[in-house]
Design a protein around this ligand. Structure first.
Ligand code: COA
Length: 155
């Protein structure tokens, strides 16, 4: 794995010119890709500044999407978070989650929820280290025999 210079990492709101790169990260890390490129284009308008990008050496290397629930704005959900393989283990995932909590606090969100596969040890490790706790296991969520955990954290 190439060395990653953490000092040059920053988190900012996504812009149109990030979309191709973010869609490429999605294709690289999610197999099969969960979201098509067009979803990310739409997410710019839907999620606004809840669509965050981790920049490393001037290049998008990860992203996170968070939005408030319809009907209960005290709950926000993280819809996706991913970091490109060559930039992992350098704190970008944690920095994206920290930025999501800052985003949530500024909107008076009280609880953040997300969904994760029980097999996804790196993501579960990250979420638990930040304070997320499992509240439910939902069988067949991703397809037959593919469960999800629902995790929640207090903001
Ligand atoms: C989950 C993911 C975003 C983590 O990104 P990252 O930039 O490598 O994470 P960080 O470097 O910030 O690591 C933060 C913490 O995550 C946990 N973690 C990271 N990699 C881990 C691994 N391989 N095994 C167990 N825990 C791990 C650790 O608690 C770590 O804290 P530490 O560095 O203090 O030990 C990244 O692995 C990823 O993109 N995975 C593929 C996409 C995905 O599964 N997204 C989540 C869908 S729910």
């Amino acid at each position: 794995m190439a060395a990653v210079d953490k000092s040059s990492a920053t988190i900012r709101t996504a812009v149109l010119s990030d979309i191709d790169r973010i869609a490429a990260i999605e294709r690289e890390v999610m197999s099969p890709a969960i979201y098509p490129a067009f979803f990310f284009r739409q997410a710019l308008s839907i999620f606004g500044d809840g669509f965050l990008v981790a920049m490393l050496n001037g290049r998008p290397c990860g992203y996170l999407i968070i939005g408030q629930h319809n009907g209960d704005a005290s709950i926000a959900e993280i819809y996706s978070v991913a970091v490109s393989s060559e930039s992992r283990g350098a704190g970008l995932g944690r920095a994206l989650l920290d930025a999501a909590f800052v985003w949530a606090k500024s909107r008076d969100v009280k609880t953040i929820t997300l969904t994760v596969s029980p097999e996804n040890a790196p993501a579960i490790g990250l979420y638990k280290s930040i304070g997320f706790r499992e509240i439910e296991r939902d069988e067949d969520y991703y397809g037959p025999g593919e469960a999800r955990y629902i995790l929640t954290a207090v903001v």
